[in-house]
Design a protein around this ligand. Structure first.
Ligand SMILES: Nc1ncnc2c1ncn2[C@@H]1O[C@H](COP(=O)(O)OP(=O)(O)OP(=O)(O)O)[C@@H](O)[C@H]1O
Ligand SMILES: [Mg+2]
Length: 356
C-alpha cells in the first residue's frame, strides 16, 4: 500500500492540488527537494491519482547503478548482447509500458545515458542492447532529484535539453523546517501507523512543550528523520533521550544556539586559531552575518567549491602572468593549459595587465 501524502501547510496543499491537476495529463514531472522531503511519496501519489494506477509503477534509481548496468536495466537486452547476457531481458521501459516510470536521482545519470534518454523521450521509441529492433513505449515519466539541476547544467553535468524535457511540470517540495505546520499531523499519522505495527509499544505522545521543541527543530533529514524519531519514541519512550541523540550540526540550529550560549558565558566557537582560521576561510565565500534562512541556502558545498576554485585559479593565473611579464604564450605553457583556455579564463575572471 502506498503512503498517503500527509500535510496541511499551504505549500503541501498546493502540491496536492497540483497532483490532482497533473495526474491525468501524462506531462513529464520533475520533483525536487532535499533528502527525505517526500519526493517518492509525491511520485506515488501522482500515480495513484492517475488513470494509469491499474498499470505498473516502475522505479529505477539512477544513482545506485554503474553506467552499463543502468543502461541495460532501462532498455533491456538481447541474449548475447554482452558477456553474461545469457538470456534476453526486458528493461524498465518495457515493464512500465502504459504505466509510470519513476526515474529517481535523475541528477546522477551519466551524460552518455542522458543523450539516449532524451532520444527515447522525444521519439517514444527505444531498442534493447544488442537489438536493432525499435520498440514503441508509452510511459509517463516522473523524475526526482535532490540536486540543483540548473547548477548541474552550468557545470556541464546535466544536459539542458533533457532538463527541459523532464521539467514540464515542476514540483518543488520545501524542507520540513519551512512548513512546520505539517509536523503535528505527521507525528499524529506515525503514532497511528506504528500503534498497529507494534501493538505492544509504550511510547507516549509529545506534550505541548515537547511538541513546540519538535516544531522548532530544523530537521536536516526532513520527514524521514521525523519518522525515525517517532519509531524510536515507540521503543524508548523518552523524548529527552531522543533530543539528546538528534544531530545539531545544522547551520540554522547552530545559529539559534549562539546567542543563548554566549549569554550563558560559554562560547560555542572558542577563539582558537583553528576556529578563527576556518571561519575566516568560510566567510570569504559566504556572508555569515546573513539570516539563517539565507545562510543555509548559501552553504551549498557545490557552490562554495566553484567560488573557491575560481578564486584560486584567478590568483594563480595572475601570479604566473605577472612573473612572465604578461607573456600569455609563456604563461599558458607554465600553467599547462592551452593558449585558448588561458584567454578564455582571463576573460572569465577579468584578468588584464595593469594600465601603464
Ligand atoms: N508528506 C508525507 N506524508 C507521509 N510520509 C512522508 C511524507 N513525506 C515523506 N514521508 C516519509 O518520509 C520518508 C522519506 O520520504 P521519501 O523517500 O519520499 O523522500 P525523498 O525525498 O525521496 O528522499 P531521498 O532524496 O533521500 O530519496 C518515507 O518513509 C516517506 O514515507
Ligand atoms: Mg527518494
Amino acid at each position: 500500500m502506498s503512503t498517503p501524502l500527509i500535510g496541511v501547510s499551504k505549500s503541501m496543499l498546493k502540491i496536492k492540488e497540483l497532483i490532482n491537476h497533473v495526474a491525468n495529463t501524462c506531462l513529464n514531472v520533475l520533483i525536487t527537494g532535499e533528502t527525505g522531503v517526500g519526493k517518492e511519496v509525491v511520485a506515488q501519489s501522482l500515480y495513484t491519482e492517475s488513470n494509469r494506477s491499474t498499470q505498473n509503477f516502475v522505479k529505477i534509481n539512477c544513482a545506485a547503478l554503474p553506467e552499463t548496468l543502468l543502461e541495460s536495466e532501462l532498455y533491456g537486452y538481447e541474449k548475447g548482447a554482452f558477456t553474461g547476457a545469457h538470456k534476453k531481458r526486458r528493461g524498465k521501459f518495457q515493464t512500465a509500458d502504459k504505466g509510470v516510470l519513476f526515474l529517481d536521482e535523475i541528477g546522477d545519470m551519466p551524460l552518455a545515458l542522458q543523450s539516449k534518454m532524451l532520444h527515447v523521450l522525444q521519439s517514444g521509441e527505444f531498442s534493447p542492447l544488442g537489438s536493432d529492433q525499435e520498440f514503441k513505449t508509452d510511459v509517463w515519466v516522473i523524475a526526482a532529484t535532490n540536486h540543483n539541476l540548473e547548477e548541474s547544467i552550468q557545470l556541464k553535468k546535466f544536459r539542458e535539453d533533457l532538463f527541459y524535457r523532464l521539467n514540464i511540470i515542476k514540483i518543488d517540495i520545501p524542507p520540513l523546517r519551512q512548513r512546520k505546520e505539517d509536523i503535528p499531523s505527521l507525528i499524529e499519522y506515525y503514532f497511528r501507523l506504528y500503534k498497529t505495527e507494534y501493538p505492544n509499544n509504550m511510547g507516549s505522545k509529545p506534550d505541548t512543550d515537547t511538541m513546540n521543541r519538535l516544531c522548532n527543530y530544523p530537521w536536516p533529514g526532513n520527514v524521514r528523520q521525523l519518522q525515525n524519531c517517532i519509531k524510536k519514541q515507540m521503543v524508548l519512550n523518552s523524548w529527552d533521550k531522543i533530543f539528546e541523540e538528534m544531530p545539531s550540526e545544522h547551520p540554522e540550529e547552530i545559529l539559534q544556539e549562539i546567542p543563548s550560549q554566549k549569554a550563558n558565558g560559554s562560547d560555542p566557537f572558542p577563539h582558537n586559531n583553528e576556529n578563527n582560521n576556518r571561519m575566516s576561510i568560510i566567510s570569504e565565500f559566504v556572508d555569515l552575518s546573513t539570516s539563517s534562512e539565507k545562510l543555509f541556502e548559501d552553504l551549498s558545498l557545490k557552490k562554495i567549491k566553484k567560488l573557491a576554485s575560481d578564486k584560486v585559479e584567478k590568483e594563480v593565473i595572475t601570479f604566473v602572468l605577472e612573473k612572465v611579464g604578461w607573456n600569455r604564450s609563456k604563461a599558458s605553457k607554465i600553467l599547462k593549459i592551452s593558449y585558448k583556455t588561458l584567454l578564455y579564463k582571463m576573460s572569465e575572471f577579468e584578468i588584464s595587465p595593469p594600465m601603464r
